[in-house]
Write a protein that binds this ligand. Structure first.
Ligand SMILES: NC(=O)c1ccc[n+]([C@@H]2O[C@H](COP(=O)([O-])OP(=O)(O)OC[C@H]3O[C@@H](n4cnc5c(N)ncnc54)[C@H](O)[C@@H]3O)[C@@H](O)[C@H]2O)c1
Length: 345
């Protein structure tokens, strides 16, 4: 077990790695608890939930909307929640994002914490204080920045997670290694089989190193006024891939990382052979590095994404493994480079 602390402007988060989630009561002692989860997590792990009332959402992204938020507010009302209560989201990124948003806005803010149950939520979604819901087809359009009080990562919960979902989380771990920790990258390369077998000791090391990169970035720019955009490596193109091809977030970010590493190489910032190394590690963690992309649809989706400013798009370029820099690219330039970029996938 080890602990990390994120000191944010909106609060401090205690992140506990390898903590058995059945002892969650220690974190909320004496408080009225309202638990939010989804139907899959409740079916698989509900027996170990803390005592108290639980709101069970439909599992998956389709629940992440304002309709669900309204239902959760009704649930809080029925439970007579007040500011001395505690909301706990037990689930993947969807549950964490909704639970954090509802807790942050009900009574102008009720304390909350998470037990992330997907690998993606453990290494990314539960940490950093972004929470929110989708509006129509726009992802995370409504939300707040507000830090949870605690995040308890129990790696045993991952044993019921389908392998594809585990791989999705590794896309974000690899991203953290690429933007900020070259030795994490080497460790992932050298030990991928042991890591993919979900050996808890090595997972704890990997999650610790990965979260340290995110915490370091968030501590410098909690509300994403600039530097936090570095965490979008692979996501500028990745979100376009997700929208146009309907692939999972992890698969899309994986393809996005290959193309954005390719862009870094084309701009002379990264050795072309490093792109091959990046593709190798993504494949080892079960992620896609190839896709048949529709140029017009993809450029249109990238253009409509939140990362646009005037006629430019914010992007992240790699300067080596473990080192990245913020940049901007004009949409016309991206269009011109597109065919060459596709050579990398
Ligand atoms: N707030 C942030 O900083 C941040 C960062 C990254 C992603 N996100 C958000 O996270 C969401 C994606 O998260 P996700 O990939 O965890 O999706 P998810 O929450 O939909 O979980 C994926 C699937 O796994 C199931 N599941 C969860 N835990 C399980 C377990 N232990 N065993 C078996 N099945 C389990 C869920 O029911 C669901 O079907 C997106 O909405 C994304 O926008 C937020």
């Amino acid at each position: 077990m080890r602990s990390l602390i994120l000191e944010g402007l909106t609060g401090t988060t205690a992140i506990e790695l390898g903590f058995p989630f059945s002892s969650i009561r220690e974190y909320c002692s004496g408080k009225r608890l309202a638990v939010i989860t989804d139907s899959t997590v409740y079916r698989l792990h509900g027996d170990s939930f803390p005592e108290g009332q639980t709101a069970v959402l439909g599992s998956g992204e389709f629940s992440k909307n304002l309709g669900t938020v309204g239902e959760i507010y009704e649930f809080f009302l029925s439970q007579e929640l007040d500011r001395s209560s505690c909301v706990v989201g037990i689930g993947g990124g969807v549950v964490c994002d909704i639970a954090g948003f509802c807790a942050s806005t009900y009574l102008r803010g009720v304390p909350f914490g998470y037990v992330p149950t997907t690998f993606l939520a453990q290494v990314d979604a539960s940490v950093g204080g972004k929470n929110g819901v989708n509006l129509k087809s726009y992802k995370n359009l409504i939300g707040t920045f507000n830090q949870p009080q605690f995040v308890l990562c129990d790696f045993k919960l991952l044993r019921t997670l389908p392998e594809k979902e585990v791989s999705n989380g590794f896309a974000e771990v690899i991203k953290h290694a690429l933007i900020g920790n070259s030795s994490l990258f080497s460790q992932l390369e050298e030990n991928h089989e042991r890591i993919m077998s979900l050996d808890e000791d090595i997972l704890e090391e990997i999650v610790n190193a990965s979260l340290q990169v995110k915490i370091e970035v968030v501590s410098q720019d909690e509300k994403e006024n600039g530097y936090r955009r570095i965490l979008n490596f692979g996501h500028t193109i990745g979100h376009g891939v997700e929208k146009t091809l309907g692939l999972s977030h992890g698969e899309s970010v994986s393809i996005g990382m290959v193309m954005e590493a390719g862009l870094s190489a084309m701009k002379g910032k990264l050795y072309p052979k490093t792109v091959g190394r990046i593709k190798g590690i993504l494949e080892n963690f079960g992620l896609s590095v190839k896709a048949s992309l529709d140029k017009v649809a993809l450029i249109d989706a990238i253009w409509k994404d939140k990362k646009r400013e005037d006629d430019e798009i914010h992007c992240v370029l790699l300067e080596g493994i473990g080192s990245a820099k913020l940049d901007r690219i004009k949409i016309e330039e991206l269009e011109e480079l597109f065919d060459d970029l596709c050579e990398y996938c």
